[in-house]
Design a protein around this ligand. Structure first.
Ligand code: ZN
Length: 275
């Protein structure tokens, strides 16, 4: 089997995504034997998906996690992007209070462009706490919006808010699924979790899943451009980075444009039927 066929590749529009994002994958055994029947190993169905991005900062939600959300909405599913903090301390020239308003406005505009909901918690930038209050707050959003799939930060990040988000999401998914935790909304089990490709979370990030974003790529990048730091205004050229990553991931997965994702270890189990 070539290295390319070892990767999970998810053919566009929520179809394959809805199925692939269900945890353990059932593969055609001929693939396991090294005879892939097609370049796409994903099963497909027609069910639209519901994807939630949960990020430390509003920019991360859209830049690193927005494309899978856009794929879901494009296919008639639902999408939401939850920011734990606005990221208001990210500018060295614009005061945090003003910059935070700009980021919130940008997130709302960007979400509208991809047909998704912009959701916010209000922790100060750099001070996202890892505690039960935060985990239950995220749990409540999960129960309210009922995503099948969550995309969030990988823990190998230099940014403390990103690491905090990783931890919070683990607990929030657990709390959301257990009916014994009585909240305003009933329990909801998240089917699958993925970690996003983020330049700040690169330590130990090993992608195993490639999602075709070709139909939504232009719209997603246009949505990202609503943000005041997108073109390098704060020192990092997000536009060039994420647009070129979409091309590079597309090359690796035989799609025109793609994003790569990483699964939790327990979600990588594959079940193979006998012939
Ligand atoms: Zn961030």
């Amino acid at each position: 089997m070539s290295s390319a066929t070892r990767r999970n590749v998810i053919k566009s529009a929520g179809a394959g995504m809805a199925t692939m994002f269900m945890g353990a994958e059932v593969l055609d055994p001929r693939q396991v034997l090294g005879q892939p029947t097609s370049k796409d190993s994903a099963r497909t169905n027609d069910a639209p998906s519901n994807v939630m991005a949960i990020a430390g900062h509003a920019g991360d939600a859209f830049f690193a996690m927005g494309a899978p959300v856009a794929v879901a909405t494009h296919s008639g599913g639902q999408g939401s992007l939850l920011s734990l903090s606005l990221g208001e301390k990210g500018s060295s020239v614009i005061p945090p209070a003003r910059y935070g308003k700009m980021l919130r406005s940008a997130a709302q505009k960007a979400a509208a462009l991809i047909g998704a909901n912009a959701l916010f918690l209000h922790y100060p930038d750099g001070e996202v706490p890892v505690n039960n209050e935060a985990a239950f707050a995220v749990c409540d959003f999960i129960r309210q919006y009922k995503p099948e799939t969550i995309v969030t930060h990988w823990k190998g990040s230099w940014h403390k808010d990103h690491r905090a988000c990783y931890d919070i999401v683990q607990d929030a998914v657990f709390y959301a699924g257990v009916s014994g935790f009585v909240r305003d909304y009933p329990a909801h089990e998240v089917s699958s979790l993925f970690f996003a490709d983020n330049w700040e979370d690169a330590t130990g990030f090993v992608p195993d899943t490639y999602l075709d974003i070709t139909p939504v790529c232009d719209r997603w990048l246009a949505a990202c451009s609503a943000f005041p730091m997108w073109r390098g205004e704060t020192g990092f050229r997000y536009n060039d980075y994420y647009a070129s990553r979409a091309v590079a991931c597309g090359c690796l997965s035989h799609f025109d444009r793609a994003v790569c994702l990483m699964s939790p270890e327990g979600q990588q189990v594959q079940n193979t039927r006998a012939l």
